[in-house]
Every structure is written in C-alpha cells, then in structure tokens.
Design a protein around this ligand. Structure first.
Ligand SMILES: O=C1CCCN[C@@H]1CCCn1cnc2cc(F)c(Cl)cc2c1=O
Ligand SMILES: [Mg+2]
Length: 515
C-alpha cells in the first residue's frame, strides 16, 4: 500500500518510520543504529551543505579532511574531557584474524585528531586565525533508542575548528556561526529555533561555554538540540600545546579556539515539524523537486494526436520552469493513474503539483495545487513562472509561520513550581527563573519526571535546553555571553524555579522534555 497507515498525532513513532521509508528517504540496515540515506534525503543534505559551505567560505574558513582513526594516546590526552564519553567510543581492535598491537578509535569528533597538527602548524601569531572545516562522518556507539536522522551511531556533519590570537575574536565567531545555524533552520528548513547558551550541566565539558539552537516538536512536546557552537577558550590549546609567539612580546600565548557542528539530525527535525498524514511536506528551499507536472484527463477515447499535443504542452511547461531555475519534473508514466501520482508525490512532499488536462489546454490555463494546505489556484499560462515562484515563496513562509506559532503557543513563562510541572505535562516548554546550579538542575529533572500509573513507565523529567539570548526582562537580546551570565546581578528579586532551592535566580532558562 502506497499510503501511510499510521497517523502523526496518534502514533508518532510509527508515522515517522513509515514516512521516511515510503517517501524514499531511508532504508533500514542490519547494523543497529545505522541507516541508509537514499537520494531523497541525501539531496536535502547536499543543499544544506551547499548553503553552509558558501557562508563559511565567505568567513575565510577552509575545507580539509583528517583521518577517521585516532590513537588512544591522543584521544585520552585529557581524561576529564572524555571520561563520560568513553563508553560510546568505537575501537578497531583486529585486522583480519590478528589482534592489532595498538587498537585505534573511530573518531566520535575530531578535536583530538586535529589539534596535534594545529600545535605543529601554529608557531607565530602571523599564522592566525586558523579556520578549518571538514564534512565527514563520526561514530558514537550510543545505547539510547536509535532513531533515523535524530540519534544514529554513525552520522554525517560538518565540524568547524578555529583558532584565534584573542578571546574577543573567537567569541565573535561563535555567535556568527550560531546565527548561520539559526538561518539553516529558519531560511532553509522553515523550522523556528531558539538561540541560547547551555547551562553548566549541559555544556560541552571540554569548552568554556556552549551556544545552541533549540528546535521544538509540538506533536510530542519535545525539544531537540539543533546545532552547537562552542567557545573552547584555551582548554584544548593548553592540552595540546597550541601556542604562538608575537602576541605578548617575548611570551608565548595559548590560542583561543572554537568548534562548531551541524548534523544530519536537521533532516529529521524538518520531517517531524512539517510532515502530515499524507507524508512529507518539504520546504521549497530544500525540496529536491519543487514542482511536479502531471498530465490529467487522458482518456482512452482521446485521439493519439490529442494525447501527443497534451504531452507536448506539459513538456513545454516543464522546460519553461527549468529555464527559470525551478526544480521541476514531469510524471508522464503511462502505467499510473493521475490519482496514484497525486498520492505518490504528496507522500514525497513535493511543494507544488501542476495538474494539466485538455480543459487547461483549451483555456490556456494551468492548475497549481499546494502540498501544505492543498489550496488550488488556476492561473493564466503566460503567468506560470510568476505564479509558481510566488507560490513557492508563500509555501516556504507559511511553513515557517505555522511552526513559529506552534512554538510560541507551547512556551509558558512560569515562576511557580506546581505550574511548571502542570504545563510540562501538557507538552509545553517552560521559561523560568533558574539559579544555574547543576545539582539544582538534577533535582528539577528528577522531581518533574512522571510515573505513568497506567503502565508503570516513567516519563523523563525536564532538562534545561538553553539560557535564551532573548530574556523576558530585557528589551533587546543580549550580545555577549558574559552579559547573559550577569543579567540578574542588579535586580535580584527572583527566586529559582525549583521549590526547595534557596538560591536566587541568575537568568531565565528554557526547560522541557527533550531528545
Ligand atoms: O559538538 C561539537 C561540534 C563539532 C566539534 N566537536 C564539538 C564538541 C563535541 C563534544 N563531544 C561529543 N561527543 C563525544 C563522544 C565521545 F565518545 C568523545 Cl571521546 C568525545 C565527545 C565530544 O567531545
Ligand atoms: Mg552524545
């Protein structure tokens, strides 16, 4: 059966699995946590890659490729950094039948692969800033339930690793990259995100601070980390002895570093936010096919010459759209009915369908059908290009607006602990005053978990998602992380959200159940 059996609001997990397989995005694979990326999803990854590459090249970031294997020595350069990660590191221990003298790890991320080379290359501040990025795969043998795109044992990403002479330059780049990630979501994927800083508990332990874009899946009320941009300070440069002369005269200075990454998880978020019970709904800016042209009304009684004329007319529509840089295909398959084709391309989420039949030909008109809201529009043949480009823009904007509205109506600003738990169980995110202490965050997570009396399972409690740059008490978003960490120093009346916590709040923090 072509169509979907599961309904998105009834059985989200099954719906997701059916949509990604029946639309030709994913095929399952016999290694747990690994999936095949078929053209329909890989083409989207390529468009995201093209967008990011253009922007980072403009920022002076250069492409490179480092080995995927890392020695134990390099990986464990600084125990603190990887202790809690060690269980998910995959190791190559044999070659053929023989054990390897020195097993090597498969990269889970490339700091420890790249920074020994950075130490070799960087001697003088004249070689700064060094900005490299690699598009590759990484492996993390996680044990939590795998989910295609969202949590996989191997995934594709880009990882940017930059080194600067001063902290100021580095901190400026962190936010420029974060803004680029927000645009990947909002301008390409039509997914609204919240920019912010991770709390002490949630940040990357190897860095100074982690900035993040957080997305929201309204169907199950869960938040998901969309991409991260870390300021590493001098932690790694001290670990790997990356220091240069020429900054402080006669002295050597450890460089200031950033690292930033965006993964194939982006595709899963886009699917879950926009998909419906007929299948994918692709934002035009990333749709591999934006318009599908389907001839209609071809009946057996129609003469061969009439059929030929109709087909030629459809072909000229396709040609004209192609010339105008619209990603368009025709579906002239004689052995499939128009109805079958409508379902097929709706399942694949193609933003606009053109139905073209004898009557359209006579009246010199074209019928456009939007995938997102099924609106039909009959336009003059000679207004085709204008109408299609205008409709594509309208679809892109309305997908973002609809998702923004959903996000906004699911964020509740609460200062009361009982309200916090109540709204959390109504699939909402909470914006609450928070003291920032890790152990308080542990308490919030434990005390907001819910025992489901029906089946005795426990629904996870609320995690901190980020400290939003847009703070309720401030008129404009903050510009620096230092500023964010100090915003309540003055008027410090607010108590931390957690009832039994005596600390004063430091900032408003976004909490929620998450992936
Ligand atoms: O998130 C990014 C963006 C791109 C470059 N890297 C950073 C930090 C990655 C943190 N992280 C994340 N996961 C890890 C898993 C591991 F097994 C080990 Cl050994 C280390 C890590 C680890 O450092
Ligand atoms: Mg992890």
């Amino acid at each position: 059966r072509l169509g979907l059996e599961a309904k998105k609001e009834e059985n989200f997990f099954d719906w997701y699995s059916q949509v990604i397989t029946k639309s030709g995005m994913i095929e399952y694979y016999d290694v747990s946590g690994c999936y095949i990326l078929r053209p329909w999803s890989f083409l989207i990854w390529e468009m995201i890659k093209e967008y990011i590459d253009k922007k980072i090249k403009a920022l002076g970031v250069e492409p490179c490729y480092f080995p995927m294997f890392v020695t134990r020595g390099a990986l464990e350069k600084e125990k603190a950094h990887i202790t809690d990660f060690a269980p998910e590191v995959a190791w190559v221990t044999k070659c053929g039948e023989d054990d390897m003298a020195e097993p090597v790890a498969i990269r889970p991320t490339s700091e420890t692969v790249m920074y020994p080379a950075y130490a070799k290359w960087l001697r003088s501040d004249t070689e700064l800033p060094l900005k490299l990025n690699q598009w590759n795969n990484v492996v993390r043998w996680e044990f939590k339930d795998p989910k295609p795109f969202l949590r996989t044992r191997e995934f594709l990403w880009q990882e940017g690793h930059t080194a600067f002479a001063t902290k100021t330059e580095a901190e400026e780049e962190v936010l420029i990259i974060l803004d680029m990630y927000a645009r990947v979501y909002e301008e390409l994927l039509a997914v609204p995100v919240i920019k912010g800083c991770k709390t002490e508990k949630e940040k990357f332990a190897g860095g100074d601070y982690t900035t993040t874009v957080e997305a929201f899946i309204s169907t199950n009320g869960r938040a998901i980390q969309g991409a991260t941009s870390h300021h590493l300070g001098q932690n790694f440069s001290k670990m790997f002895n990356v220091q240069v002369e020429g900054i402080a005269d006669g002295e050597k200075t450890f460089v200031y570093q950033n690292s930033w990454g965006l993964t194939t998880r982006t595709i899963g978020v886009m699917i879950m936010v926009h998909g419906d019970d007929r299948g994918l709904v692709l934002p035009p800016n990333v749709a591999p096919i934006q318009v599908i042209v389907i001839p209609c009304g071809i009946v057996a009684s129609m003469s061969e010459s009439k059929k030929k004329e109709l087909r030629n007319e459809c072909a000229s529509l396709v040609k004209q759209l192609k010339i105008n840089n619209v990603r368009v295909r025709d579906d002239f398959r004689p052995n499939r009915t128009p109805g079958w084709k409508f379902n097929h391309w709706e399942l694949k989420g193609v933003p606009i369908r053109i139905e073209f039949g004898p009557r359209d030909m006579e009246r010199n008109e074209v019928t456009l059908v939007r995938r997102d809201n099924f609106e039909r529009e009959v336009v003059k043949r000679d207004e085709l290009i204008l109408s299609v480009t205008c409709m594509l823009k309208k679809v892109q904007d309305s997908l973002l607006q609809r998702a923004k509205h959903k996000l906004d109506e699911h964020i509740k600003q609460v200062e009361n602990w009982d309200e916090f738990k109540l709204e959390l169980d109504k699939k909402n995110l909470l914006l609450s005053p928070f003291c920032g202490e890790p152990e308080c965050e542990d308490n919030i997570k434990q005390q907001s978990a819910r025992l489901n009396t029906m089946d005795g399972t426990v629904t996870m409690g609320a995690k901190s998602l980020c400290i939003p740059f847009k703070q309720p008490k401030l008129t404009k978003p903050i510009e620096s992380i230092d500023e964010l960490k100090r915003i309540f120093e003055s008027n410090n009346e607010l108590k931390c959200i957690y009832r039994d916590c005596e600390n004063k709040a430091k900032f408003y923090t976004l909490f929620g159940r998450s992936y």
